[in-house]
Each structure stands twice: as structure tokens, then as C-alpha cells.
Design a protein around this ligand. Structure first.
Ligand SMILES: NC(=O)c1ccc[n+]([C@@H]2O[C@H](COP(=O)([O-])OP(=O)(O)OC[C@H]3O[C@@H](n4cnc5c(N)ncnc54)[C@H](OP(=O)(O)O)[C@@H]3O)[C@@H](O)[C@H]2O)c1
Length: 379
């Protein structure tokens, strides 16, 4: 396992951090987490050298922290750093922030949280957190030793990222980043800005939630033609770790084999590890993905809520996924969700509210028609 220094904090963390958001139930489709399996996966990762674990109050119906707390008994807690988060939706004042943090400490069976994040913020959530005194609360909790570092995770456009990053003396930031998101959300500019300020960056969605681990045929052809053979997941992780600003790459694993593969990959991922030819390959891979992408929706949800209830980002996400991975059986479930609920593209009345709000200036109305035609025809 490679260990990286976390920017200005000067501490080291494993380059591979385990995300605790994706543990499955005992059977496929179960909403209840398979606790024994999750505990064994967490301990396997720690025994393999992982020292950074990421969870959140809301993950897995609020059970992720409980399972992590159980996994960290028997001396495991002392070997790792925990990151967890405060969701803006659950707190309206200092008393509620205190109660929420205390409940997280109890669930995690610990007296302190290493990295405490304002969860998934954009500019409006940051303004909200400020208005309820979250900065003072985080500072006080640091002094009291209940949290070690004050941090945020971010989903939103770059300019909002820059504004938030420059607005407080943050200890760490967590962003969505991978070779497809170079110009999306915080993107490469955000990564480099944090790096310049010495703020360590933790990466989420490095495989786009697993999608980059399953290469479509045109991408696989590029990998096959390259002299060095690696799995799509390994290419994606190496591309991330090539960036010196990246401290930790989180990935949520559901299988022992994934933990084993990731432990192996993160053994040899020094910054600057990619050759020029490998960087050029990843540029080609990105173009190959884009060529099969139906629409450049980034899922920012500025178009929501649709006055007529159409779930625009979800429809576009399914449309893109079907085009990229038309053999992936998970899409049957996604398609059913869209067809069988009241949020399908056929409910669009072309009012145009979404197009006025879309920061990507997408032709949403026409695209919804096309998506519905293609998805509904895809029986
Ligand atoms: N703060 C926030 O707003 C926020 C948002 C998102 C995520 N997060 C955190 O960031 C963590 C990481 O994000 P993520 O879980 O989306 O990471 P990710 O690495 O993009 O996706 C994880 C998925 O990738 C697949 N995978 C992992 N290793 C693999 C391997 N070696 N080979 C093939 N497939 C592999 C698995 O998918 P399958 O199960 O389909 O095989 C796994 O569930 C989350 O777990 C969570 O803790 C935070």
C-alpha cells in the first residue's frame, strides 16, 4: 500500500480509502445490509493496509456508521482514520448539530471523528451551513477534541467550488473526480487549486460509481490494443494517482475480490507514474466514452424539480448508461423504474423551465423525446 502525505496536515493516509456507502444486502436487491459480510470486507481492507474509511450519517439508511463502528471493535479503530459527514437537511441550529454529531460518535463507537465533513455541499448549502453557525460549531468541536479536521464534500460547478474553498480555512476537501470528470464539477481546476493551497484532496466516484470498471466495447478495444494489459479499474485508479494533489482515492467495494485487486493496484501508484503513452491512451478512452454518450448531462439537478414531475437527470443518466453499457443487466432495473413510475419522459409538457435553468444549455425537451423513444423502443 502506498501512503501519501495529506497536504498541509502533514499526516499520512493510505492512497486507497474504503468507502462505506455501497455494501449490499445478503441477496441481490435487498435493502438490508449484510452486516457480517460488510464487517469482514472492512477488516480485510484494514489488514491489507487501508487507514482511511469514509462513511456518512445518511448512508445505507443510516446503518453504515453502525456497521463501521462494529467493524472497528477489537483494536481496529486505533489503526485507522474515520471520515463522516453532517447532512444539511437534518440540522437547523447548534443543538441539532451537537445532537447529530453525538449520535454519530455513538454509532461509530468512538470518542472522536478524524475528518468531519459538511456533506455534499454547493454554494447554497454552504451559505445555509454558515447561517446556522456551522463554522463556529466545527471550530468548537475541534477544540473539544470531538473532531480533528473540518472538511467538506462537494457537488456543484467549479466556480462554486472555488468560492467555498476560498471562504474558510478548510483542512480537507472531498471531490468527485475521474478521467471523465476533468471539466465537470470541481474538475482538474478544482483539484489543482486545492493543491496550490496545500489542502489535501480525497477523491470520490473515482470509477464513477463502478461504471468505469465496465468498459464499453470501443473502450475495451483501446485497452486491448495497448501493449500493457490492465483492468479498466486499474487504469482509472492509476490515472487518478498520477496526480500529486490526490491524497486518498475512495472506492466502495462489495466483493473480497475487489478489495484484493484494489490493495494490489494501490501498492504501486506513485504520483507521476503514468507514461506519456499511457496518458495518451486515457485521452483516447475519454473520447471513446464521449462518442457513445447521448447527452452531456452532468446530473447537477439545476433543472429540478420539474413542474410536471419528470425525473430529468435520472432519465438522461439511464439513456447514457444504456448507450455505453447496453449489455449491463442493471439497466433493466433502471429502465423499469423510469417506465413504471410517474416520472417518465412522456410526462414532459415542453414548458421549458428546465432549459432556462440548465447550466450546460442542453436541449432538454427534444432530448427527453428522443430518450423516451429509444428507451421505450428498447423492450
Ligand atoms: N460525499 C459525497 O457526496 C459522496 C458521494 C458519493 C460517494 N461518496 C463516498 O465516496 C466513496 C467512493 O465512491 P464510490 O463508491 O462511488 O467509488 P467508485 O470507485 O466510483 O465506485 C465503487 C464501485 O466500483 C466498483 N469497483 C470497486 N473496485 C473495483 C474493482 N477493483 N474492479 C471492478 N469494480 C470495482 C464496485 O461496483 P459494483 O458493486 O457495481 O461491482 C463498487 O461498488 C463512497 O463509497 C462514499 O463513501 C461520497
Amino acid at each position: 500500500m502506498q501512503y501519501r502525505t495529506m497536504g498541509k496536515l502533514g499526516i499520512k493516509a493510505s492512497a486507497f480509502g474504503l468507502g462505506c456507502m455501497r455494501f449490499n444486502g445478503p441477496a441481490s436487491g435487498d435493502s438490508v445490509i449484510d452486516e457480517n459480510k460488510a464487517i469482514s470486507l472492512i477488516r480485510k481492507a484494514i489488514d491489507g493496509g487501508v487507514t482511511y474509511l469514509d462513511t456518512a450519517y445518511v448512508y445505507l439508511d443510516k446503518t453504515s456508521e453502525i456497521v463501521l463502528g462494529k467493524a472497528l471493535r477489537d483494536g481496529y479503530r486505533d489503526r485507522v482514520m474515520i471520515a463522516t459527514k453532517m447532512p444539511s437537511e437534518y440540522v437547523h441550529n447548534r443543538e441539532e448539530m451537537q445532537a447529530l454529531l453525538d449520535s454519530e460518535l455513538k454509532k461509530l463507537q468512538t470518542d472522536h471523528i478524524d475528518f468531519y465533513l459538511m456533506h455534499g455541499i454547493d454554494l447554497s448549502k454552504w451559505e445555509y451551513f454558515k447561517s446556522i453557525g456551522a463554522r463556529e460549531f466545527f471550530d468548537d468541536m475541534k477544540k473539544a477534541g470531538k473532531i480533528r479536521y473540518k472538511c467538506f464534500s462537494f457537488h456543484g460547478p467549479y466556480d462554486q467550488f472555488e468560492a467555498i474553498l476560498n471562504d474558510w480555512d478548510w483542512d480537507m476537501v472531498q471531490i468527485q473526480y475521474n478521467y471523465m470528470d476533468v471539466d465537470n464539477q470541481a474538475g482538474t481546476r478544482g483539484l489543482e487549486l486545492a493543491g496550490k493551497k496545500g489542502i489535501p484532496v480525497v477523491i470520490m466516484e473515482g470509477l464513477l460509481g463502478g461504471r468505469l470498471a465496465k468498459a464499453p466495447s470501443n473502450v475495451q478495444a483501446l485497452y486491448d490494443a495497448f501493449p500493457v494489459k490492465r483492468s479498466p479499474a486499474e487504469w482509472a485508479f492509476r490515472w487518478l494517482c498520477n496526480h500529486p494533489e490526490v491524497s486518498v482515492v475512495l472506492s466502495g467495494c462489495n466483493e473480497e475480490s475487489q478489495i484484493e485487486e484494489n490493495l494490489r493496484i494501490f501498492d504501486t501508484v506513485e504520483p507521476g507514474i503514468m507514461t506519456d503513452a499511457e496518458c495518451a491512451l486515457m485521452d483516447q478512452v475519454r473520447s471513446a466514452y464521449i462518442s457513445r454518450t447521448k447527452i452531456g448531462c452532468t446530473g447537477c439537478r439545476y433543472c429540478m424539480p420539474c413542474p410536471n414531475g419528470v425525473n430529468i437527470p435520472r432519465i438522461f443518466s439511464v439513456w447514457n448508461n444504456v448507450s455505453l453499457h447496453d449489455t449491463d443487466p442493471r439497466h433493466d432495473w433502471d429502465l423499469r423504474q423510469i417506465r413504471e413510475t410517474d416520472s417518465g419522459a412522456n410526462k414532459c409538457v415542453a414548458c421549458g423551465a428546465c432549459e432556462a435553468a440548465c447550466p450546460q444549455h442542453l436541449s432538454i425537451i427534444d432530448s427527453l423525446k428522443q430518450a423516451w423513444h429509444e428507451l421505450a423502443a428498447n423492450d
